[in-house]
Design a protein around this ligand. Structure first.
Ligand code: HPA
Length: 233
């Protein structure tokens, strides 16, 4: 059943493996930087998706838009109708612990959320939202010591975190705040597919240190390297 309501690509136009940043401009840039023979395969609502090869292996890059609902729509259509099997979110996050610096890379081994993405599927149960154990193992093997691994908060509200929530989450070992890992992990679970979120700390919620938007684009390299290696193991 392709195209789908939100993706205009035809059947077979996506690779089984995908990198998924939030921003469509970043998707275009990643495709241009990483892929050989990148072809634009969808552009509905400006959410661009590309397919090409890297080291001879097919790879797609497509944006998710912002938030758990948006990534859930795209990931569902990609897994269910386009044969995509593994999606690695490559995005930015706000760091929580003081020893996490802007530019550091975080691998999300779990995603807490106040979004209903974890509670709508089984009444009365809050699902544990976790990445594919295979992708997580590959990421840990590929990364060496220079990444932080732990839970993140995938919030639906960039501007509405209640006072105290970040401190409480930090005390529970939560590394960062972002907006899509939980939606992606829940969708992968529902569709019987694989997902992982690898994030770059773009700002710090306590120290207020931040990257400029220009810097965000350039400091993506370590995270992208790790994502590509993870898919190749
Ligand atoms: N909150 C939510 N999402 C984010 C943040 C943040 O502080 N930083 C980068 N993405």
């Amino acid at each position: 059943m392709t195209p789908t309501p939100h993706i205009s690509a035809g059947s077979g136009e996506f690779a089984p493996d995908m990198l998924m940043p939030g921003d469509p401009k970043r998707a275009a840039r990643i495709a241009a930087d990483l892929l050989t023979d990148a072809t634009l395969v969808t552009d509905v609502r400006g959410i661009s998706g590309f397919t090409g090869t890297i080291g001879g292996r097919p790879l797609s890059v497509m944006a998710s838009g912002m938030g758990n609902p948006s990534i859930s729509i795209y990931a569902t259509e990609l897994y269910r109708f386009y044969g995509v099997r593994r999606i690695i979110r490559v995005g930015t996050c706000g760091g929580i612990p003081e020893d996490l610096a802007v530019g550091d890379v975080v691998v999300a081994s779990a995603a807490h959320t106040e979004s209903t993405t974890g509670t709508v599927r089984v009444p009365g149960v809050s699902l544990s939202l976790a990445p594919s154990p295979h992708l997580l193992r590959s990421a840990l093997t590929a990364s060496g010591a220079d990444v932080r691994v732990g839970p993140v908060l995938s919030t639906d509200f960039f501007y509405l975190t209640r006072p105290g929530v970040v401190d409480a989450l930090g005390e529970l070992g939560t590394l960062a705040i972002e907006m899509e890992a939980a939606g992606l992990y829940a969708t992968a679970m529902a569709e019987g597919a694989e997902a992982l979120a690898i994030l770059t700390v773009s700002d710090h919620v306590k120290t207020r240190a931040a990257m400029s938007s220009d810097e965000r684009e350039r400091r993506y390299e370590r995270m992208l390297d790790l994502a590509v290696k993870t898919l190749s193991l």
